[in-house]
Design a protein around this ligand. Structure first.
Ligand SMILES: *Cc1c(COP(=O)(O)O)cnc(C)c1O
Length: 414
């Protein structure tokens, strides 16, 4: 992450990759310009010795290309594309692979922005969707597809695992099996995984047979809550298509964003490792606290359960997101949030600082009540994104805020 894909000799010996703050690149000759465009527009294959030419920063820029090459290393991807936000990565990818009449099979719940894009934007383009839940197995989903009468039109399987905010797991291998069963000689169904919650350290969906992996790089990859960005990684064949759509939607990241993310990647592993260690302590502390009904954390899964089997197969660690349900509903949850001193009350996640929020009235306010209940988004649910702070400070803050809540009184008043 410090040096891959960059040579200081390209930039006056600069140890670090500079910010290439330029909109366009000068060609050495008209012939060279022509050759770059031919490759960029797919008019001919790139020659084996041919250098990829820089043309214009909507198409390519060194800060994006080097970042993309480094991101590919984590997931074992052939090629990557970075975007100005997680949502632009997701929407650009979906617009490339879905056409009017196609059906999107997706896990529920998905990130609020993705949910809106699927239900309100894609629908306007004649693209339908079918959602399944973490507790559905392969047979359940197959039956649901057959009953819907839309099975043969499924084009993309899109999942988010662990799911926000309750960390429920979706089996990635099951989804890639389903994609194979749904594919025909002239239609390859692709599986795309939003790996924002765990990746790229604790989960590598491409290794489980997924075709594409997506990130809100705003979260762990950026890691300092100071930049919005996204990424999509996979085979060269698929990413070339995603990049072509990116060129025409103009949803690529700028050079500043690319540079900031390269800086973040240098500490990604140390940050996420420390965050996960802190989260483990927090989850175990919460699990013992009398005012807490239930802790949603994948390091505390029931032995022998289906969730545990999926976890062992596809996760390298439980990550650093912990949700819990406090006794006493919204009143108790709000009292807890208002009494935190170190942990800030804000949405988003994955940064060096710990954050707390109330899914039912904040990130998931748009989810209808029946679905909220099904997903465990109760009035007492609190979501924590654990940062790199001193663990004793974090536990003290949580303990004091919990002690300030009279959860039993709140419960009887509710
Ligand atoms: C934040 C988030 C997104 C959207 O990313 P932006 O960078 O905010 O556009 C998508 N998926 C998940 C799981 C997220 O947490």
């Amino acid at each position: 992450m410090m040096s891959y894909g960059y040579n200081p000799q390209w930039s006056e010996g600069s140890l670090k990759c500079p910010i290439f703050q330029t909109s366009t690149f000068v060609f050495n000759s008209a012939e060279e310009g022509k050759a770059f465009f031919e490759v960029a527009y797919g008019l001919r294959e790139q020659g084996p010795e041919e250098k990829v030419g820089l043309i214009y920063s909507r198409i390519n820029n060194p800060d994006l290309e080097i970042l993309e090459n480094r991101l590919c290393l984590w997931d074992g991807a052939e090629e990557g594309a970075v975007f100005e936000s997680g949502m632009s990565a997701i929407s650009t990818m979906l617009l490339e692979f879905l056409k009017p009449g196609d059906v999107l099979l997706h896990s529920d719940p998905v990130y609020g922005g993705t949910d809106h894009f699927i239900h309100h934007v894609l629908r306007e383009f004649g693209i339908e969707e079918i959602g399944f839940h973490p507790d559905h197995d392969e047979d359940d989903i197959w039956r649901m597809l057959e009953d819907s009468g839309k099975k043969d039109r499924v084009k993309v399987i899109y999942i988010e695992t662990p799911a926000n905010p309750t960390n429920q797991l979706i089996d990635i291998e099951m989804c890639s099996r389903l994609a194979k069963r749904l594919s025909t000689a002239d239609k390859k169904v692709i599986t795309a995984v939003d790996n924002t919650y765990m990746g790229p350290l604790f989960q590598h969906p491409l290794k489980q047979g997924a075709d594409l992996v997506l990130y809100s790089a705003t979260k762990y990859i950026g890691g300092h809550s100071d930049v919005i960005a996204g990424a999509c990684l996979g085979s060269s064949e698929l990413i070339k298509r995603v990049k072509a759509m990116r060129t025409f939607l103009g949803s690529m990241a700028g050079p500043w964003t690319g540079w900031l993310l390269m800086r973040s990647l240098e500490t990604l592993k140390v940050r996420m490792t420390q965050q996960a260690e802190n989260a483990k302590e927090v989850a175990h502390f919460l699990n013992e606290f009398p005012c807490v009904n239930k802790v949603y954390y994948n390091g505390l899964l029931e032995p022998g359960s289906r969730a545990e089997a999926i976890y062992k197969n596809q996760c390298l660690g439980p990550g650093a997101m912990v949700s819990f349900e406090i006794k006493g509903g919204e009143k108790a949850a709000f009292a807890f949030l208002n009494n935190l001193k170190l942990i800030q009350l804000a949405v988003s996640l994955g940064g060096t600082e710990s954050l707390a929020e109330h899914p039912a009235t904040m990130t998931h306010i748009g989810v209808d009540d029946a679905m909220k209940q099904k997903m465990g988004i109760s009035p007492g649910l609190i979501r924590l994104s654990i940062g790199v702070e001193n663990i004793e400070d974090l536990i003290d803050d949580i303990r004091e805020a919990l002690q300030a809540v009279d959860c039993y009184a709140a419960q009887s008043a509710n």
